[in-house]
Ligand binder design. Structure first.
Ligand SMILES: Cc1ncc(COP(=O)(O)O)c(C=O)c1O
Length: 375
């Protein structure tokens, strides 16, 4: 948010700057889709599926129309249905929990590790019941959850592991790419994501051929061939235009990720003494900084003060999912997940995108420092 009437000096996001930097490639890719009229699925989508799966170290990619659809189909492929339970976390975008509800299963929540904001593996075992089918950790803000202990528990207890990697394209855990850490992984290509479409988009990646085959059918009305519906499926197909745009952008993703990481390094150098706690990169992690969330007990004053200086900020997310009316569960009242609730009360997301300039980073730091010292 920026104060109304104030000139925006550091927007929270600048999708226009990125488009201008790759305009000829994007325009040509879109023209190609117009010329070939492959508007739904088609060759560009198929090529993108191969390229993105390879990028994640997975054998198969199945492109769909959103990250939410990706989660829904990954859960169905893992056999999740009514009466089952799926263990996930409360501080995520609601889509993670909503997708579990779509299947008829119950989302069982566990609190997060306060340092990295992701599923605390030490809490998982106690949440498992005979109904538990899958673990659904979220790689929040662009940093992988602590996957080795999570996968170890899942293997020992016969559970599927689905990564919600909607915010973590290109992130790594102990040298391995997210998308290759569990049984299935789901990404979103919502425009503001590190790899963003020019519309909605998502993908499931997996190295399990049976899961891939099922998801490929489910996204396209459950057909194994035209008008032969063997599964009760959905219209979750990716559009050709999005596949073409994403292919172009995938070629730039590593460079953009390195730019984000360089900006995070600048924030790390500039922000000490500015009154906020900066995000930690866990040992062995490659954080891709989809969201650069700092913490402060004075969050509202900081957001207001920065807004008055033309610096936009956000909150990801102000209300944890268990306290959202639509996802309330009698078992989870206020106070049930203290780490997630404290994070929700304290986090502020600072501007973070590849096109940020050094001058803009300085403005953010100077703005915060002024607020800290004026406090
Ligand atoms: C953690 C997480 N999961 C799932 C989603 C859902 O993705 P989409 O918006 O593409 O449906 C998002 C998107 O914001 C997300 O951040």
């Amino acid at each position: 948010m920026a104060a109304s009437g104030t000139q925006v000096k550091v927007p929270f996001l600048d999708l226009g700057a990125q488009y201008r930097s790759i305009k000829p490639e994007i325009d040509a890719a879109i023209q190609h889709v117009l010329d070939t009229t492959q508007f739904v699925l088609g060759e560009e989508v198929a090529a993108f599926e191969r390229e993105f799966a390879a990028y994640c170290g997975a054998a198969q990619g199945i492109a769909v129309n959103s990250g939410t659809s990706a989660l829904h189909l990954a859960l169905l492929a893992a056999g999740v249905g009514p009466g089952d339970e799926v263990i996930t976390v409360p501080n995520t975008f609601v889509a993670t929990v909503a997708a579990v509800k779509y299947t008829g299963a119950r989302p069982v929540l566990v609190d997060v590790d306060p340092a990295r904001f992701t599923m605390d593996p030490a809490r998982v075992e106690a949440a498992i019941t005979p109904r538990t089918k899958a673990l659904l950790p979220v790689h929040l803000y662009g940093q992988a959850a602590d996957m080795d202990p999570i996968v170890e528990i899942a293997r020992r207890r016969g559970l599927a592991v689905i990564e919600d990697a909607a915010q973590a394209h290109g992130a790594r855990y102990q040298g391995r790419p997210v998308g290759s850490l569990g049984d299935l992984a789901c990404f979103s290509f919502y425009p503001g994501k590190n790899l963003g479409a020019y519309g909605e988009g998502g993908i499931v990646v997996t190295s399990n051929e049976e899961h891939a085959r099922k998801i490929r059918m489910l996204r396209d009305w459950g057909q194994d061939r035209k008008y032969h519906h063997v599964l009760a499926g959905y219209n979750y197909r990716m559009e050709g235009m999005q596949g073409a745009v994403l292919r172009v952008k995938l070629r730039h993703l590593e460079k953009w990720t390195e730019a984000r990481r360089a900006h995070a390094a600048r924030y790390r150098a500039l922000l000490p003494g500015c009154g906020v706690e900066i995000p930690a990169e866990a040992a062995g992690a490659r954080h891709v900084y989809h969201v650069y969330a700092v913490r402060s007990a004075r969050r509202e004053a900081i957001m207001k003060g920065l807004g008055e200086q033309g610096i936009q900020t956000g909150i990801h997310y102000p209300i944890p999912v268990h306290l959202q009316p639509a996802y309330a569960d009698p078992a989870y009242g206020p106070g049930t997940f203290p780490h997630a609730e404290k994070a929700a009360a304290e986090v502020t997301s600072l501007p973070m995108y590849p096109e940020l300039t050094e001058a803009q980073l300085q403005l953010v730091a100077d703005g915060l420092r002024g607020l800290a010292h004026g406090a």
